[in-house]
Design a binder for this molecule. Structure first.
Ligand code: GRG
Length: 299
């Protein structure tokens, strides 16, 4: 199924908008300490699919959120994502030399600078969100900060990463694998949707629950597809190392369910995501298209 041209155009516009927003929200590399600022910018700019910002903008569209507020919220999530990749690539974690087709931050700038760049990106994310846009009132802004802190901390992404590291060489059950991914990658994808929505009109509890269901399904689908791509990638494709997780003796959906069942699970999760969007009708068409794209993606 090809995405409709208007959707492809919308995606490109958000990606361009985000590049400019991120550029503006990051410290200049002419400002001291220049090396640290250069590493932060290198980690964030000119690369990445911007899936999290796309989810935020698509959720914002359901609730008529203003673009300036969305760009801020999306930039904050993308900075957390970038920091997680910088740290994940370091020798003490995955020890990867390539990311987004270019040398990883520690290869390019050294380990100490990479560590600090990740730390500083995390702080910058909260600063950008806290400074907020006038369209989002201060109480709502605090709620958004809490959501982002929760999604990225020990009960979210960092917690998932800790479980992942501890699971090397172990046999996980399917629910344990799912819980690990719901935290490690799902939490940030989910908060992207929620922050985008919170930039707009007030959500009813039913709408919030529906959006949560959508985000949970899409977040897990993203990871299942990542495992499928990892298992089927040619070495060198977009910096992805074929079967790296399996080679590292990490449990994956493909190692537990096999390729075909993993692909079927991704499609089921996409269908779950679509069902969750039913209460929003046409207003959610961008979220619907993104669920399709996440399941059909090739990188
Ligand atoms: C080190 C605190 C800490 C956390 C690391 C998210 C994470 C936790 C590590 C990333 C490891 C990884 C490659 C996970 C697979 C799924 C994933 C998050 C892939 C990268 O996200 P994309 O595909 O990347 O959205 P781009 O480059 O498009 O932004």
């Amino acid at each position: 199924m090809m995405p409709d041209p208007a959707f492809a155009e919308w995606m490109r516009a958000v990606q361009v908008r985000m590049e400019a927003a991120l550029d503006g929200f990051l410290p200049s590399d002419t400002e001291a300490p220049a090396q640290l600022h250069a590493a932060m910018r290198y980690a964030v700019l000119d690369g990445g699919k911007r899936v999290r910002p796309l989810l935020a903008f698509a959720a914002g569209a359901v609730f008529e959120a203003p673009e300036a507020a969305l760009a801020r919220a999306a930039a904050a999530v993308e900075m957390i994502h970038a920091y997680s990749l910088v740290h994940d690539d370091m020798p003490c974690m995955d020890d990867d030399a390539l990311r987004r087709g270019k040398p990883t931050v520690h290869v390019q700038f050294g380990e100490a600078t990479a560590l600090l760049a990740g730390d500083a990106l995390q702080s910058q994310a909260f600063l950008v969100l806290a400074e907020g846009s006038d369209a989002v009132d201060p109480a709502r802004r605090v709620a958004m900060l809490r959501l982002l802190a929760d999604a990225s901390g020990s009960r979210g992404m960092c917690g998932g990463q800790a479980i992942d590291l501890a699971s090397v060489g172990l046999t996980l059950t399917l629910p344990q694998l799912e819980q690990m991914h719901r935290l490690k990658t799902g939490a940030l994808l989910r908060v992207s949707v929620m922050l985008g929505a919170l930039c707009g009109k007030t959500l009813t509890p039913t709408e919030e629950a529906a959006l949560n269901d959508y985000a949970a399904a899409v977040g897990l689908a993203f990871q299942v597809v990542d495992d499928v791509l990892d298992a089927t990638a040619d070495s060198g494709t977009l910096g992805k190392t074929a079967g790296k997780d399996a080679a590292d003796n990490k449990p994956t959906y493909v190692s537990m369910l096999g390729l075909e069942q993993s692909q079927a699970l991704a499609r089921k999760l996409r269908d779950d995501a679509h069902k969750a969007l039913a209460p929003f009708g046409d207003r959610a068409h961008l979220l619907r298209e993104l669920a399709n794209l996440i399941v059909q993606r090739k990188a």
